[in-house]
Design a protein around this ligand. Structure first.
Ligand SMILES: Cc1ncc(COP(=O)(O)O)c(C=O)c1O
Length: 376
């Protein structure tokens, strides 16, 4: 068995789970690490407490390795939304973003603009197909633009932006802020092209909530004011009492307080699994499974609205069925877990999705098609 086989073998849940873009059921190593940390924190020994605390630095090192960053530029965050708040509240100028972005981007940008009293102005993109292409950004670009904030992979359209193309387009004097929630750990891309990268590990990394991170590269730190900096964001590793120091010059400035006790251990376990299996291999197996989902859906005659091109997608297949409520109920009855939002159904396999799960999907869609045909 090689490392990828081990990784694939660790997908030990019952067949039917196709909702990895919403939540990743916890992996065996994450569960084991979590249980071990609970025990370690019960004995009151300083060495046990220190051992659990070591996972903060371990996680930072692994994230830096996976995104090609300097470890000092990586901080742990309670959520990706918290991380985006640090990035967007300290910005000024005109910032481009898609109006259809996940609210962690769009709503946070709107709130930051409101709080800035005119210093920060969003420039909303609203492409008909929801895709933030390099051309769409080019059309909105002018000298007022200071930054672009974008999801690497869109939660609805599944569209994977061209990071290198966007970087080249906006140039070095504007910031590229990337929400990597739907790509981190399953897409092998040049994350270092971005000045700020945020992500978390409760979906594709199977590590549970509280496991987010942010990378603030030096260029980002020069231009983003750490407005939301908290007690852990001051220089040195000490508690600032009886003084009111300025925020640190390091990425640590973009933190508020110490992380949740158990989250870094889970995060480190999830990161290690992915690093050992190899992101490129995970990406390629995931792409194969997305191909299989597309083939099943196409055969069932259901419209696909997400990106089909391997280079411009990751793990999301979005459907626009004629009867979304009926299809959603049929999938639930068949034990297939997906996300239904309005008229769209999102199917998200993982690299470890097994043949039984794809067969359940196939059978459910075929049965639903026959039913619709008979009742029509
Ligand atoms: C693209 C994207 N960004 C951000 C989030 C939310 O992240 P968090 O819960 O860590 O704030 C999600 C959750 O689905 C998402 O899909």
């Amino acid at each position: 068995m090689n490392a990828f086989d081990d990784y694939q073998g660790s997908f030990d849940l019952a067949p039917g789970y196709l909702d990895w873009a919403a939540f990743g059921p916890l992996s065996p190593s994450v569960r084991a690490r979590s249980a071990a940390d609970v025990d370690l924190l019960a004995d009151g020994r300083a060495s046990s407490i220190a051992r659990v605390g070591e996972s903060v630095a371990q996680s930072q090192r692994l994230i830096a390795e996976l995104i090609g960053a300097d470890v000092a530029d990586v901080t742990l965050q309670p959520s990706s939304t918290h991380a985006l708040m640090h990035a967007l509240f300290g910005l000024s100028g005109t910032v481009i973003a898609g109006v259809g972005e996940f609210p962690s981007v769009s709503l946070t940008l709107h709130r930051a603009a409101t709080a800035s009293r005119g210093d920060l102005v969003p420039r909303w993109l609203a492409p008909a197909d929801g895709r933030i292409t390099t051309d769409a950004v080019a059309d909105a670009l002018d000298e007022d633009v200071t930054a672009l904030v974008v999801s690497h992979v869109d939660f609805r359209t599944g569209y994977r932006v061209d990071l290198a193309g966007l970087r080249a387009l906006i140039g070095p004097h504007r910031l590229l802020i990337v929400d990597a929630v739907q790509s981190f750990g399953v897409v092998d891309d040049d994350y270092a092209a971005a000045d700020v990268v945020v992500g978390h590990a409760y979906k594709w990394m199977r590590a549970g909530r509280g496991t987010a991170f942010a990378r603030f590269a030096p260029r980002a730190r020069e231009r983003i004011v750490p407005l939301l900096s908290g007690r852990t964001g001051t220089p040195g590793n000490r508690l600032p009492v009886d003084e009111l120091p300025a925020a640190a010059a390091s990425a640590q400035a973009f933190t508020v307080s110490t992380p949740d006790t158990f989250a870094p251990g889970r995060l480190a376990a999830g990161l290690r699994d992915v690093r050992d299996a190899g992101v490129a291999t995970i990406e390629s197996r995931l792409a194969d499974n997305v191909d299989r989902v597309l083939e099943i859906v196409d055969r069932a005659g259901i419209a696909v609205v997400s990106s089909r091109d391997r280079a411009r997608r990751a793990g999301i297949v979005s459907l626009a069925p004629e009867d979304p409520a009926g299809l959603s109920a049929a999938l639930a009855d068949a034990g297939v877990a997906v996300t239904t939002r309005g008229a769209a159904i999102r199917i998200a396999p993982h690299a470890g999705t097994d043949a039984d799960t794809l067969q359940l999907l196939d059978e459910a869609l075929t049965a639903f098609g026959n039913e619709t045909f008979i009742s029509a």
